[in-house]
Ligand binder design. Structure first.
Ligand code: MMA
Ligand code: CA
Length: 290
């Protein structure tokens, strides 16, 4: 009996064994699948959370960036407005400067006009002053000469001899004469006489002329007669009137390039000549002393 029940069990076991193994396998498979799913889901969930967190972070960063950008924008807008107002201020300033410049230019031209006027006045005053000075000096010279002449008259009336001349000067009547030699133009001869404290000779009588002719020794010589200011109006250096003359016939003719200075020819006759001609003789005079 025991043996038979055992075999029964074995039989049963053998009969039922394949079916149980498969069940276990199915169960195991099911468990594995469930575990896999669970893992997968867990992974999905983890991934989802991570992504969500990243997204959240990204969103926060984006919001922060946007706020930063909008702040920058605001700042830029502010800056731009400030720049705009500065630019308009500068424009206004420039306009003001332009207006000032215009005003200054007008003032400048007015000032230069005034300056020119003042300069003109000054030069007029200067030339007036110079003219007056010249006139006064001339009058003084003439007065001095008159006084000297009167002094000579007085001394002569008292019996004094007034015929004193410096060395190399020749006395004739109340004047002394210097017969200069060496090539000179008229103006150089005038200067030479003035350096000798005399002036180019003025001739007022035939006696004086005769005396001079004797001494010039046929040398063409400059004398103190010229018509520099008005053509044909001859004036003596001593400013006395032309009360005597000894022109060569046909003279004065203001020939060539213009002839404003008078020379004594070797014959003693007078000729108006070109002032820049070089003559070897020139005659100076000064008053004799007592
Ligand atoms: C001529 C005569 C003068 C003039 C001189 C210039 C020689 O004389 O015409 O009157 O001054 O020439 O050299
Ligand atoms: Ca002449």
């Amino acid at each position: 009996m025991e043996e038979s029940s055992y075999s029964e069990v074995l039989k049963f076991h053998r009969r039922h064994q394949p079916c149980c193994r498969r069940g276990i396998q199915v169960a195991l498979l099911g468990l594995l699948t469930a575990a896999l799913w669970t893992g997968l889901l867990t992974l999905l969930l983890l991934w989802h959370w991570d992504t969500e967190r990243n997204l959240k972070q990204l969103g926060e960063t984006a919001a922060w960036n946007i706020s930063q950008v909008s702040k920058d924008l605001e700042r830029h807008t502010g800056d731009q407005m400030a720049q705009k107002s500065q630019a308009s201020q500068m424009l206004q300033n420039m306009e003001k400067i332009g207006a000032e410049q215009k005003k200054m230019k007008t003032q400048d031209s007015e000032l230069s006009q005034n300056l020119y006027g003042l300069l003109e006045d000054l030069s007029n005053l200067k030339s007036q002053g110079l003219n007056e000075r010249h006139t006064v000096l001339n009058s003084l010279e003439r007065l001095q000469e008159e006084v000297a002449k009167l002094w000579i008259e007085l001394r002569m009336s008292n019996g004094s001899m007034c015929n004193m001349c410096p060395e190399k000067w020749v006395n004739f009547q109340r004047k002394c004469y210097y017969f200069g030699e060496g090539a000179k133009r008229w103006i150089q001869a005038r200067l030479a006489c003035s350096k000798l404290q005399g002036r180019l000779v003025s001739i007022h009588s035939q006696e004086e002329q005769d005396f001079l002719v004797k001494h010039i020794n046929r040398k063409e010589s400059w004398i103190g007669l010229r018509d520099l200011n008005i053509e044909g109006n001859f004036v003596w250096m001593d400013e006395n009137p032309v009360n005597y003359s000894n022109w060569r016939p046909g003279e004065p003719n203001n020939g060539g390039e213009g002839e404003d200075c008078v020379m004594m020819l070797s014959s003693g006759q007078w000729n108006d000549a070109f002032c820049n001609s070089l003559l070897n003789g020139w005659v100076c005079e000064r008053l004799a002393t007592c």
